[in-house]
Write a protein that binds this ligand. Sequence first.
Ligand SMILES: [Zn+2]
Length: 175
Amino acid sequence: MPVSCKQLKDIMAKVAPGLPYVVQETEQDFLSFLRGESASAPNMSTTWHSEDCSFYRFEIDPLLLTVAPNVESVAMVASHEYGHYMLKACNKYGPDEEIRADLFGYAHMLKVGYDPRNAVEMWGVITRWMSERGLTHNPSEHPSGEARTKTMLEWIEQNRVAIETQFGRGVNQHL
Ligand SMILES: [Zn+2]
């Protein structure tokens, strides 16, 4: 795997200190099947919560560690999940909620020491991974990879000074 379980442990310690996580395969395809929906990609990660929202746990699919090009990409996804927790998104779903968690996540990963510019390509990586397998994303659940890339690039532009102060210029040649 490009990102190891040891590296994931370090990432989770920075991104979501003290909160439990497990590495296990998600069952998204099976859920889609049960709902009578077309197959969607497995969730790369999930924020699981108890019915009364008093207990949270992050579930990381090993697939995430396989497809992520670098640690920053995993830190981005983990920070997104941490966003669901911090934004008290329990039982709130939909594309707007996902974007809220994305934006929280970008600020959070920067705060704990990961350069968001190195994670931009992750949305495209996920989109390609899905299309190569004939999987489509469910627009009622998640924004498209293109929309997320666009929103992330806008966020990076708006926070350019803070990012360059911490990491310098031109880490990513595309930006
Ligand atoms: Zn989410």
